[in-house]
Design a protein around this ligand. Structure first.
Ligand SMILES: [Zn+2]
Ligand SMILES: [Zn+2]
Length: 234
């Protein structure tokens, strides 16, 4: 054990292949149990085990590159310990249920979902699939239907944990291009609103610095549809 025992419980779960424990932890940030977050847990565990990594101090020595911002990525975040807040999570807007676990050297593994997986999972749980589609696409479900879906989903996703990772995912060795370690940045006070803004985001005008909203410049936004810029965002 190192000096940093913050994630001791998670590390033990990774070493002991306690996927159910990892999924329960994931629900702390994800809010519910679902197949997508379960897949993220399986993928995160698969990659960590393959690389022989369990510890992550959140100091950017281990980086996760996620290719989707769906449920899957919350499982990846909880298991790997890579998050936006600790600058160890890189988001690539590919819309693929896949992620890479990469060490500082750039070497790592990419875990991606096998295309025949949908049939494999659907066959196990047709009622949930149908309910979920209705709830998400039509948004007219009753609270009872939503509760029923949550309950079915919860049972189903724990059973998904029993499927061997190799059946769900393809794993390949990769060499990834990583951003440098983060560095501390200066801030400027916006002349419009008086709030502090990170220097890389401050807009320089002849009379001083402005934040993005005060300057009227376009901004990027990550939401359910992916990264949107400027006019399209919001
Ligand atoms: Zn979910
Ligand atoms: Zn401002």
């Amino acid at each position: 054990m190192g000096l940093n025992d913050t994630r001791l419980e998670i590390e033990e779960m990774i070493r002991n292949d306690d996927l159910a424990g990892l999924l329960r932890r994931t629900a702390l940030i994800h809010g519910h149990h679902c197949v997508g977050s379960a897949m993220g847990v399986i993928a995160g565990h698969y990659a960590m085990k393959t690389r022989g990594v369990a510890e992550n101090t959140g100091m950017e020595h281990v980086i996760a590159i996620v290719e989707t911002n769906s449920c899957f990525s919350d499982g990846v975040q909880m298991v790997t310990g890579c998050s936006f807040g600790n600058n160890s999570l890189v988001y690539r807007d590919y819309g693929k249920t896949a992620f890479s676990l990469v060490e500082r050297s750039g070497r790592g593994v990419r875990v991606s979902t096998r295309p025949d997986l949908g049939d494999l999972l659907k066959a196990r749980n047709p009622e949930t699939q149908e309910l979920y589609r209705r709830i998400v696409n039509e948004r007219d479900a009753t609270p009872e239907e939503e509760a029923r879906m949550m309950e079915l989903n919860k049972r189903h996703c724990f059973s998904v944990l029993e499927i061997p990772a190799e059946r769900i995912f393809k794993l390949e060795q990769v060499e990834a291009e990583l951003p440098d370690y983060s560095r501390l940045l200066e801030s400027h006070i916006c002349r419009g609103c008086g709030e502090k803004v990170m220097e890389t985001k401050a807009v320089k005008r002849p009379d001083g610095y402005y934040c993005i909203p005060c300057s009227g410049e376009g901004y990027g936004q990550l939401d359910w549809a992916g990264i949107r810029c400027g006019e399209d965002a919001g």
